[in-house]
Design a protein around this ligand. Structure first.
Ligand SMILES: Cc1cc2nc3c(=O)[nH]c(=O)nc-3n(C[C@H](O)[C@H](O)[C@H](O)COP(=O)(O)O)c2cc1C
Length: 305
């Protein structure tokens, strides 16, 4: 969330195991007080580790929250041989480098059914569900995001938190946060939701443009709403995004309504009424987003014997 990268990996050579820890100094107490979003981000990073292990021919054996006494220890991944080629992980590897959030407008071109099916299967493989709402449900989701933006504007502490992670064009040394070049254009019209990281601060040379009128949003849900479910949701999110990337789709997020418990509750599918919505993803055909900074490996990985 906000490119905070709230994770720390430790690799132990003797047992060939990675431990993934939450870095709580990078939590967001105002927009993410339960650390649900933090777990989702770490789940996505965990999924990329599994993909990378498969890419080099090893089988990642993953355990979520292996030690209840240490809640910051989110997962362990033991690298076994040989890789299980049936889970499709290794095929996703190129997309790890190609996927970026794209906060630009997308074309009004419908995602074909077979691609929707592939995205939904990807979520299922990681014990989550993906739904692309239409009609009145889609309108409800858009209205709730709009309401959430209104709530956000009235919450100075939240706005300050977002601004704290926005990086100006001159901050070339930044290794985290959302850089100005990734903000995307200002919205002049259209109904697609886009979080504006600029807040109230004007950005030099930023264009205004019309976004798509019929955004294609996907709701990613899990059956329960515990920390392990958030980690599953993060892994499912990354699998969906990598498959989307391989199919030539761009993606961004609109999670504003998930950050207000009363609005999050109403987001759920009115027909099934089950499941806990964990992410709202905007998918479509459009420009690929720019690469954003990452913390150097030495900051996030320690290796011990
Ligand atoms: C839990 C969570 C919530 C997020 N919500 C939003 C959002 O509402 N709007 C947005 O533009 N990006 C959102 N993001 C995306 C991050 O800002 C983005 O992944 C990060 O800045 C890194 O950039 P990249 O996706 O291009 O690698 C969210 C990410 C996570 C994990």
């Amino acid at each position: 969330m906000h490119n905070a990268q709230p994770w720390r990996f430790q690799y132990t050579r003797s047992n060939g195991t990675f431990s993934l820890f939450a870095d709580l100094t990078r939590a967001m107490p105002h927009s993410d007080p339960t650390a649900r979003g933090l777990h989702i981000g770490c789940g996505a990073a965990l999924f990329n580790l599994r993909v990378a292990a498969s890419h080099i021919g090893l089988r990642p054996v993953t355990r979520l929250l292996p030690d209840p006494a240490v809640p910051e220890l989110l997962a362990t991944v033991r690298l076994d041989e040989p890789a299980d080629r049936t889970d499709g992980l290794a095929l996703l590897y190129p997309a790890v480098h190609d996927r970026h959030s794209s906060r630009a407008p997308f074309a009004d071109r419908r995602i074909p059914d077979e691609v929707r099916q592939a995205l939904s299967e990807a979520a299922h493989q990681e014990s989550a569900t993906l739904a692309l709402p239409t009609g009145s449900h889609l309108q409800t989701v858009l209205d709730l995001i709009n309401d959430a933006e209104g709530y956000d504007h009235m919450d100075a502490a939240r706005e300050a938190e977002t601004e704290q992670w926005a990086r100006s064009a001159t901050d070339e040394a930044a290794v985290d946060g959302v850089p100005e070049y990734a903000f995307g254009p200002l919205k002049r019209g259209g109904s697609a939701p886009a979080r504006d990281f600029a807040g109230r601060v004007p950005v030099n040379g930023r264009t205004r443009t019309v976004f798509e009128d019929r955004p294609q949003l996907a709701l990613l849900s899990t059956a329960q709403d515990e920390p392990a479910d958030w980690l599953r949701a993060g892994q499912a999110l990354e699998r969906v995004l990598l498959i989307a990337t391989l199919h030539g789709l761009s993606s961004s997020f609109a999670t504003q309504a998930l950050e207000w418990p009363d609005l999050r509750w109403v987001l759920r599918d009115p027909l099934s009424g089950t499941g806990q919505v964990q992410m709202v993803v905007r998918l479509g055909y459009g420009p690929t987003g720019p690469q954003t900074p990452r913390r150097p490996v030495a900051h996030v990985l320690t290796v011990e014997d």
